[in-house]
Write a protein that binds this ligand. Structure first.
Ligand code: PXL
Length: 285
């Protein structure tokens, strides 16, 4: 039997409103991965749609946690970062990447900071520069269209996009350092929404789309990143992992929409986990 893969998910805990660790942990675990967590902040709810949320920044805990892990000689197969609790955390997480990067460690950075043309209320413009720096340390990055524009210091453009626009974005993002870039929120017509990926190694650009369901659904970027990593850690190619992630998100959004659930609570990803586990080839029948 192969050794079980061990990953670290570096995100906040939003107590209410499915996103960040409350989706990354169950998805990565369902994908058969031994999932360790490094919480960056604790919020009573996520920041998009609830007012008066509490915010505990866990910046001070990051280095002691990392030092303890080093003393235990822990090794990880993947390090996956998302929402960070403060500007200072960028350097701390970059340092953590350097500490735990081994030959086959995959570093996935989701530069979580903005959506729909707007930076999250708790983030400052300096965070944008820091996120670009963190992206340069990654093997693979998964920005949405807004984050991609901010990282490249370009004005945000609304869709529909053109292939030329998306492809030059992918290439520009790859010059920051990562071997692979996956852009989410890509659409060329009103009916389809999906992701585009670029592999610097072979120059290949691929697309994956599903039917577009209108509206804003919270936490879907985190579901995307977690599912993509689940595919890659289970031996799927980049293109196949992107396709699995796009299809899974579509199923979760469709179910949430069909059930008429309140959107700020995030999407109902739980009931589609059996589909995902099956897709990843983890169910022996
Ligand atoms: O899903 C991204 C995210 C993560 N964490 C917090 C957020 C958001 C998006 O709004 O508010 C706290």
């Amino acid at each position: 039997m192969n050794k079980q893969k061990q990953v670290v998910a570096i995100h906040d805990i939003s107590c209410v409103g499915r996103c960040s660790l409350t989706v990354a942990l169950p998805i990565l675990s369902a994908a058969g991965l031994n999932t360790c967590v490094l919480p960056t902040a604790v919020l009573s709810t996520h920041t998009g749609g609830f007012f008066g949320f509490t915010y505990r920044d866990l910046t001070e805990d990051i280095r002691p946690i990392s030092e303890h892990w080093q003393s235990l000689d822990l090794k990880f197969d993947a390090l996956y970062s998302g929402f960070l609790g403060s500007f200072e955390q960028i350097d701390l997480i970059a340092e953590l990447f350097d500490t735990f990067r081994a030959e086959n460690t995959l570093i996935l950075v989701d530069p979580v900071m903005a959506d729909n043309g707007q930076i999250y209320s708790v983030y400052s413009p300096e965070m944008v520069k820091g996120m670009a720096k963190l992206c340069s340390k990654a093997d693979i990055i998964v920005p949405n269209m807004t984050e991609a524009c901010f990282i490249l210091n370009e004005p945000y453009k609304e869709g529909p996009y053109t292939k030329e626009y998306i492809e030059q974005m992918l290439k520009k993002l790859s010059t920051l350092g990562p071997k692979n870039v996956v852009l989410t929120g890509v659409w060329f017509n009103e009916n389809e929404l999906g992701a585009a990926s670029y592999s610097k190694e072979n120059g290949k650009i691929s697309y994956s789309f599903s039917k577009k369901i209108d509206g804003l659904f919270h936490g879907t970027g985190d579901i995307f990143g977690s599912t993509l990593l689940s595919g890659l850690m289970n031996g799927f190619s980049l293109d196949d992992s992107v396709k699995i992630a796009v299809d899974y998100i579509y199923r979760c959004i469709k179910l949430t929409d069909d059930m008429g659930l309140e959107r700020r609570y995030g999407v109902c990803f739980e009931k589609e986990l059996p589909w995902l586990i099956n897709k990843l080839g983890l169910i022996n029948t």
